[in-house]
Write a protein that binds this ligand. Sequence first.
Ligand SMILES: *Cc1c(COP(=O)(O)O)cnc(C)c1O
Length: 386
Amino acid sequence: MLFCKESLFTPGPTPVPDRVKQAMNQPMVAHRSEVFSNNLKQVATRLMPVFGSKEPVIVIAGSGTSALESAVCNVVHEGDHVVVVVTGVFGERFASICESYGVNVHRLDIEWGTACRPEQLETFLKGLEHPVKAVFATYCETSTSVLNPVKDLGAVVKRLTDALYIVDGVSCIGGVPVDMEEYQIDILVSGSQKALMLPPGLAFVAVNKRAKEEIKNGPKKRFYLDLNRYIQSYDEGTTTPFTPPVSMVYGANEVCQMIEEEGFGNVIKRHEILRDMTRAGVKALGLPLLVENDADASPTVTAVKPADGKANVIKKYLQEHFSMAIASGQKQLKGKIFRIGHMGYSTPFDVLNVLTALEMVVHELEGRDTFGIAVKKAEEVWKAHV
Ligand SMILES: *Cc1c(COP(=O)(O)O)cnc(C)c1O
């Protein structure tokens, strides 16, 4: 029996709207053509409010990690000292990239499942003996579903150091507010397959004026990810230094169109509703949330930590019985949590679907009467917002 349609609740890749697929399904054009340049120009400028950037957003063919790497290799020199705030797997990734470039990394390790408090960063920075070239932070730490207070952290960085402030926004940009000037972010990176509703394959880098200068005087060892090449191509007529994924750029333009039609403020609001619905439903089922503090919870993904360690059983059950893909835990959280993505092309009804599935799996595993209890709480949250 066809009980369920395939549905994707992973925190990347995320569902791609039909109209974005349509937009990508166009005849191929030369990437040195006017029609492509116009498309790229639109994407680079229409993404500016989404990144809170005053400069056109740089588009690179690559996964999100290429954007992270570009934020390291363009401004940090071998032997420099940097601070990396590590709240989970993706903070660790920034640290690993820096280490592979021969950079001295000072790790501020925060317990997984909690956000970095500004006071923690303040104490850490005050205890350093070396001036630091850059401070790296993760906006949404996808592995734990924590949203770090990047604005408050930025204020600490700029008050205590003259370091560049570099933020990984891969799993939330497009679903959360950000203003690079106000948050004092110098480089903000993201990827296509999370809140931006595209397939994997595009990386985005937003830089401010100061970062642009630093990039100009950056290390010699860089080629494909040399951001000067991308900036220069824009300056010379909005194209790219290498062959871009033409179809993906068309898709990105359609995503901008959708965000503008909904209104970016509404997009942000919708993600908050999705988070609050998910958390209310999961709590009603008696399943513990990894991120206990509501203020630390990301609007784009929710991690659940079943007390009996049944995270993988639940994940497998959802896939096998309901064709629903959710994500498991990574590294130290492997087998301990499961994660529900609710970003990008995600609606309250999608959350109700996944909560219904959870009601049924908990009923199956524990024999409790769970029917309707998560959905009820989530509907109440939704109703309160509309
Ligand atoms: C997904 C993700 C990345 C890495 O993106 P890839 O596209 O897999 O290279 C980096 N940072 C965060 C926060 C992410 O969620």
